[in-house]
Design a protein around this ligand. Structure first.
Ligand SMILES: NC(=O)c1ccc[n+]([C@@H]2O[C@H](COP(=O)([O-])OP(=O)(O)OC[C@H]3O[C@@H](n4cnc5c(N)ncnc54)[C@H](O)[C@@H]3O)[C@@H](O)[C@H]2O)c1
Length: 263
C-alpha cells in the first residue's frame, strides 16, 4: 500500500509510530508538509513533498488528512477529484457548507470517496446506522478543564482560572458551535454528519474544574435504539487539544485497508 499523509504534526507523528509498532507500516509513505517542516518530516524515512500536486503525482492509494481545515480545501478536494480515497480528520472543516459541497462534488467527479473517522469519540457507527430508523435527538456535551478553553471565546465569557463549579457557557446547534469554536468543532461536526445534521444536533460546552481530561458525552434517541456515551479522552503528549484516541482511530482506518478482516 502507498499511503499519503497531509501534515506533519502531532497526529501524523503518532500515527506513524502506531503503524510501526503494529507492524503495519505501509510499503510506501508520502508526506505532504509545509516547507518549514520538510526537514523534520524527512527524518521519518517517508518521502516528503510540499505541494498538493506532487502528492497526487506520487499516486498514493489512500490519503489521510491530519493537518487542518485549510488542507481540506487545498489538498483533499483535488485528491478526491483525481480519484484518490481520502480520510479526513479535520471534520469540523465540513461545517463550512461551501467546502462540504466542494468535497462532495470532487468525490463524485473523481469516483472516489471521503471517509470520516470516528476520531476522538466512538459509537459513530451506531449513530450512522440508526439514521434510516429516524433519529429524534442528538445532544452532545463537551466537558473540559477550565484552562483547556483558553484561546477560545469562552475566555471572554468566564474567568476560567477562578471557576469552582462546572459552568455551561455555550448552548446551541452544531453549526453555531463549529463556527464559534472551530478548534473544538471536530466532534460536534462528526455527530452532525453521522446523524441529524448541523442545524438539529444540540451542543453544550462546559468548563468543569472537577475534570482533568477532555470528556465527550452524547445521547441519541432514535426509532430503533436509544443510547448514551461518555468518552474520557486522554490528551496527546505533543498536543493536549487532540485526544490520543483520534490517533488510534486514524490508524484503524489505515490498518483496516491492509487486512483480510476489517473491523
Ligand atoms: N476528528 C477528531 O475527532 C479530531 C480530533 C483531534 C484533532 N483533529 C484535527 O486533526 C487535525 C490535526 O491535529 P494535530 O493534533 O495533528 O495538529 P497539529 O497542529 O499538531 O499538526 C497539524 C500540522 O499540519 C500542518 N498543516 C496545516 N495545514 C497544512 C497544509 N495545508 N498542508 C500541509 N501541512 C499543513 C501544520 O503546520 C501542523 O504541523 C486538526 O485539524 C485537528 O482539529 C480532529
Amino acid at each position: 500500500m502507498h499511503l499519503g499523509v497531509i501534515g506533519y504534526g502531532n497526529i501524523t507523528r503518532a500515527l506513524l509510530g502506531v503503524l510501526a509498532r503494529e507492524g503495519k507500516m505501509p510499503a510506501r509513505v508520502t508526506l505532504l508538509v509545509r516547507p518549514s517542516q520538510a526537514g523534520a518530516a524527512a527524518e521519518s524515512g517517508a518521502s516528503v513533498v510540499t505541494e498538493a500536486t506532487a502528492l497526487m503525482a506520487a499516486g498514493p492509494d489512500l490519503i489521510v488528512e491530519c493537518a487542518g481545515h485549510s488542507a481540506v480545501a487545498e489538498a483533499v478536494v483535488p485528491a478526491l477529484g483525481a480519484g484518490i480515497e481520502c480520510v479526513v480528520v479535520s471534520i469540523g472543516a465540513l461545517a463550512d457548507a461551501a467546502l462540504h459541497a466542494d468535497v462532495t462534488a470532487a468525490a463524485k467527479k473523481g469516483g472516489s470517496r471521503v471517509v470520516l473517522p470516528a476520531g476522538a469519540i466512538g459509537g459513530v457507527d451506531l449513530l450512522a446506522a440508526l439514521k434510516p430508523s429516524g433519529i429524534e435527538a442528538v445532544t452532545y456535551v463537551s466537558r473540559k478543564p477550565p484552562l483547556a478553553w483558553r484561546g477560545t471565546p469562552a475566555e471572554a465569557l468566564l474567568d476560567l482560572p477562578a471557576l469552582t463549579e462546572p459552568t455551561t457557557f455555550f448552548t446551541g446547534n452544531a453549526r453555531e458551535a463549529a463556527l464559534a469554536y472551530p478548534k473544538n468543532a471536530n466532534v460536534a461536526a462528526t455527530l452532525a454528519l453521522a446523524g441529524l445534521g448541523f442545524e438539529a444536533t444540540r451542543v453544550e460546552m462546559v468548563a468543569d474544574p472537577g475534570v482533568s481530561q477532555n470528556i465527550h458525552e452524547y445521547r441519541v434517541t432514535s426509532g430503533a435504539a436509544d443510547y448514551a456515551m461518555r468518552i474520557e479522552g486522554k490528551p496527546s503528549p505533543d498536543n493536549p487539544k487532540t485526544s490520543l484516541a483520534t490517533v488510534y482511530s486514524v490508524a484503524r482506518e489505515v490498518m483496516n485497508r491492509m487486512t483480510e478482516v476489517a473491523i
